[in-house]
Design a protein around this ligand. Structure first.
Ligand code: PGA
Length: 221
């Protein structure tokens, strides 16, 4: 595990964008693991600019997102489908058949998602943010690490953290579907970006604390 500290949030996230761009340059049909949230936005802006300038080409790139809310229409602007359309998919030449997000419609869908990742040859580079409770994807603090894609019940802390995007905390979906810790660990490279003071404790626990499902990101040690 390597650590890099940057002057500000934008620089930290753009550094992750550089790694993704390098991956696409090295291997045109790379499989990207993508994340939503405030943290990755500068990376998507940077990738979009480089696409516009002809530096990178998404024609053969495949993508798998970490997670999505359950019970929210994909057209709803607060869905992660809509987030990805807005920040990346509508701006670059990714083929619609090459982009994937998990769906919360039961165990068969979750298994199909894991199989699709496997059939694509696995994730080459996985981008992650981190929750202030140490979650990665929507793998919330728990008694055990999960392996594959699964439906999760969001913790009160995550609902509160994500309420800023909704009219109120009451409107935040209570469940989500997320890649499991096993899916994330199977990626050939994982890049976690953490910015902001409210993530400091989660970062410390991730790097210096025990490896425990109570701090899901600690598994990256
Ligand atoms: P954020 O979310 O980037 O909006 O802080 C990260 C996360 O919850 O994983």
């Amino acid at each position: 595990m390597e650590f890099h500290v940057y002057e500000n949030a934008r620089a930290a996230c753009e550094a992750a964008g550089v790694l993704i761009a390098a991956q696409i340059t090295r291997k045109g049909d790379s499989v990207l693991g993508l994340a939503t949230g405030s943290t990755p936005i500068p990376a998507y802006e940077m990738l979009t600019q480089w696409y516009d300038r002809g530096v990178i080409d998404f024609d053969r790139v495949r993508t798998f997102n970490l997670d999505e809310y359950v019970g929210i229409d994909h057209k709803n602007p607060l869905s992660y489908h809509a987030f990805m359309q807005e920040h990346l998919f509508s701006k670059v030449n990714l083929r619609p058949e090459n982009v994937h997000l998990p769906s919360g419609n039961g165990a068969a869908d979750a298994e199909a998602y894991d199989k699709a990742i496997h059939d694509a040859g696995g994730i080459d580079i996985q981008l992650l943010g981190i929750g202030r409770n140490g979650h990665i994807g929507f793998n919330e603090p728990a008694d055990d690490f999960t392996y594959g894609t699964h439906v999760v019940t969001l913790t009160a802390d995550t609902i509160e953290a994500n309420a800023r995007f909704f009219k109120s905390a009451d409107e935040v979906p209570r469940q989500a579907v997320s890649m499991g810790i096993g899916n994330i660990m199977a990626a050939k490279c994982v890049v976690l970006v953490a910015t902001g003071e409210n993530k400091a404790k989660a970062v410390r626990d991730t790097i210096r604390g025990p490896i425990t499902p109570r701090v899901p990101a600690s598994v990256l040690q």
